[in-house]
Design a protein around this ligand. Sequence first.
Ligand code: ADP
Length: 891
Amino acid sequence: MLAVAEYGCWQSESMFAHELVLKQRTEILQALCSSGSTEHLERVLDILLSQGELIWEDYQDIQVPGRALYTKARQLLDLVYTKGVDTCALFLAALKQVLPDAQGSSLFFSGCCETLKEREQSQITCSQTLLTQRPSIVSKLQRCIDGTLEALAVSGHFTSEDCDEVRLPIHTPSQQARRLLDQVRSKGESAAEVVLNYIQQRQESGSPLNQEKLTPPKEFLKYQKKLSSSVSAQSCFLSNYGGTSHMSLDDIYTDGQLELAHDCADNQGPLSLEQIVGMVGTVNENADTVLVSGDAGSGKSTLLQRLHLLWARGSALQDFLLLFPFSCRRLNSEQRELSVQDLLFQHCCWPDREQEEIFQFILDHPHLVLFTFDGLDELKQSFSDEHRLCCPTQCAPVHILLFNLIQGSLMKGVRKVVTSRPEAVGPLLKKHLCKEVLLKGFSPSGIDCFLKKHHTDPMVAAKVLESLHSNNALLGLCHSPVLCWIVSQCHKELLCSGEGSPQTITDVYLMILQHFLQHQRPLQSTVALGWLQEHLKTVLHLGKLAFEGIGTSCYIFSGTDLETCGVTEDDICVGFLIQSKDMPSAHSKHYEFLHVTMQCFFAALYIVLSTNTDRSTIPKLFETQDMRETSLSGACFRACLSSNSQQEKALEREATTFETPNLQITATFVAGLLSGRHRSLWLHCCSTAMMEKKVRQVVRCLSKGMQKHFKSIPQPVEGEKKSMHAMPGFVWLIKCIYEMQESRIAKDAMSKLEVDHLKLTYCNIGPVECTALAYVLQHLRNPVGLQLDYNSVGDVGVEQLLPCLHICNSLYLVGNGVGSAGACALANIIKNSTSVEELWLTENCITRTGVECLIQALKHNTHVKSVWLRNNELTLQEVEEMTGLEPRLIF
Ligand code: ADP
């Protein structure tokens, strides 16, 4: 019995439902019918039947064959309304369950009291069970129609005509399942029993219900073949090698490190490629979008390319019949408004015949379709869920389609994999993700593996490896696949350079610049000019193009763009620009830089070398970093662009959000290029006075940026330590200072930092960042606790941190993939250290060897109070043995 108050509530809710059905009639009809598919309506009918709100005769009255979808839906609404308040409430609950969130969001549903309930199971007949469990039986049956029909035919319940009627190719699998159930109902209890038994047997024998072969229409199969051969052709070569050599993806692909984001429930260590798409690590069951995030050059595009190739070849993701790959960079240039159908067919693969039928099949089987969107961060518009769209035939600007697909308002049930740099992912987007996967570049063994693949001559590979392993800073850089590729590509210079190998990212990019300029097309110059001076024009042309592109989020350039910036055929031949693949306009060529980081590098070269940039360019470039997420920053920076056409373009794109990550990379390169170590390179390329002015500007910006961070440190509560939790941008500033390689600047910056505890958790810190941190933090005046929990420091990063350990009284490296090599490196330092008191190494992968190193070190050291080692790779027995040896180790 309901209590009186509850009863009152329930009654008013239900009354309300009655009204809602009437008032929202138009919207409900639209939501049920606008997709053109009967699926929503039929699922609502399934639920109402199973709840006993409709009787079989009601159902048959509505489902008259050949009747239009809207007519059926109207009839259902009339019926529900006349049946009264309870049915209306249940109808709304069913609608809520069936409609995708976005479609439902424009409707009001009745309140809290009405939920769909499992109906009582006991003592009912098989026919009743087929009715009360109809929604779940339909979903099970659609995956094993053929088997069920066979069972019914063998048992004599179905004739071959009955079977043919169910199998009619105009029906989708779920419709076939419903027709089958409808027929069974007319055959009586024993037929119902056969169906239930068959489903049960399949479940018990463990044969997954979803592996039954679908019978898609013939044209669909042709389309599938066409799509997969197009995807295969697009993905078999590594695109970035376009300008240098053709590398087959099979020959060069090396697994990167994949992890679930920290906030995922079952964070179980490394993921395989296929697990990206699968259910593991799902945090939001209602969402269909997986985000793969990683820094520029960490291999996101290459990873997607690998997935595409494996799918096209039939070696992975075979649960998906269709895979549609999209590049956001290319979608940027789509000016027209499109429908989802146009998007799929015009941007991926055109069906030669029966477009409508194929599209309908896609709509009816969303779970068999996979979309991938590469480089969401390169889309000119930032993610928003304001403009909702539910109808797959409605046209809209491409970014709106994309955002609605990601949210699932469009094509609910289609799995989507999106890649982006982490900085560009806001909470708004996170809300719509089923999970986030982090791509963390190559592991140490991955680097070796890549180099062996890149140099097919084993002797050369061995030499490159040896040279790399003797240079930790360079090895650290190689965790980023793009840098690994560049370093590997320039191995000759690396091996031969007597004057020390590259230390910074700028060094590496300068090296590749020199490599390309000198080796691709050696000039026949007799004058002994510096290599940069010799090619200055080319560098400035490409630099202008890159700079203006960065200012307007443009990564693909037309012939006219090239002309405007003075880029000639000869400049293109150097190899930094490659022809953009599959652009919509087939007639004119389009170009892009080898990699977006290369575009940033050229933009930085332009800022440093050109006399045409505005004097406020450098300050604005650095300042905008503190104005993250505001379109103002974009507008500010764009305003520095000198060319009128660019200013016009900037105005046109007023509404777009500016891309902070690329600006940060560009600014880092500017700092690196203005380092005193490279000044001799610029000597004959521009005036010394101008260079010095630019250096002063950068130094001032870095110092101001740091001050801003320090000012944000709150005063400590009495008795507590003064602690700074790094703000976004702090690590970036540190990296800029490192790129300048001038200890004076590092010293100056750190002299003003007064904290006891520096917290840099979840800051995406890898080995490259560790090198920069150690370089700068070693100049701190007072010892600090350095907390780097939940980053990707790893063994190589630990090596990089060693130079700053003398200023750390505690070091936190929880959850950083540190192994025994890292533990031994730390042990080596703390042996003679009088600074470190506490070492947090919980949640790493240290084995017995690492702990033994630590035990040896502690024998010589009385300063260390505790070393935390919980959740490492040790057996219970090892833990017991070693605790006995050294009580300061805490397991
Ligand atoms: P992102 O999309 O994250 O910016 P890319 O996928 O474009 O990075 O990678 C940049 C370059 O790094 C590629 O062109 C390739 O040379 C190299 N690379 C990246 N990932 C891999 C990989 N898994 N195996 C081999 N090379 C890779």
